[in-house]
Write a protein that binds this ligand. Structure first.
Ligand SMILES: [Ca+2]
Length: 192
């Protein structure tokens, strides 16, 4: 190939390279925009779903006069129409309800604590304002203990049945912030 031919080949190569770079940039921009749109839609859907879940939880709080009704509220798991299993909700938006989450829950509840996506109670998402007390998860354990003690129930057995150990993957540090460890003392109803 003579020098002129070589120059031409290099020029063509440079032009092709620039075209390729531009095409890649355009593709990347388009893909980023699509992804952020999907995220916005998911967030909107999640907010709507959370409102529905909260409304259902609040419904369970309406007639909370009797201890029995209060215990009923305290044992109630959330029910999302996105998941068949009771208690399940996908907070981090990966399509599965199996993660340990803190911040993602906090933005909906205002509070920050750790829970597993597959086991969420109404008392954690929408505490029940009942007379002069608020039935959040912490207060719920007091109510439950009182009620089961008066019934002479097998408390450890019932605790295990209604508040089974979480199944999501947690680091040791995260486990310390999960209610199963945080409220261990309360869950023993003063027997430990
Ligand atoms: Ca998830």
């Amino acid at each position: 190939m003579n020098k002129k031919g070589m120059d031409m080949a290099i020029q063509i190569f440079v032009v092709l390279f620039v075209l390729l770079a531009v095409a890649m940039l355009v593709l990347r921009l388009v893909s980023e925009q699509t992804q952020s749109q999907i995220k916005v839609i998911n967030e909107e859907a999640k907010k709507a779903e959370m409102s529905k879940i909260k409304a259902e939880c609040d419904q369970a709080c309406v007639n909370c006069d009797s201890p029995q009704a209060q215990v009923g509220f305290c044992l109630k798991l959330i029910q999302s129409s996105l998941f068949e299993a009771k208690g399940a909700m996908d907070f981090d938006g990966d399509g599965f309800a199996n993660a340990y989450v803190e911040e993602q829950v906090g933005q909906y509840t205002g509070g920050l604590y750790g829970l597993c996506e597959d086991q969420i109670y109404c008392s954690q998402i929408s505490p029940c304002k009942c007379g002069n007390r608020t039935l959040d998860m912490r207060n719920c354990f007091n109510v439950i203990c009182d009620y089961w003690e008066k019934q002479g129930a097998d408390i450890p057995m019932l605790m295990q049945k209604f508040f089974p150990a979480p199944t999501c993957d947690m680091s040791d540090e995260e486990l310390q912030r999960h209610w199963i460890v945080n409220y261990q003392q309360l869950m023993s109803c003063g027997s430990a």
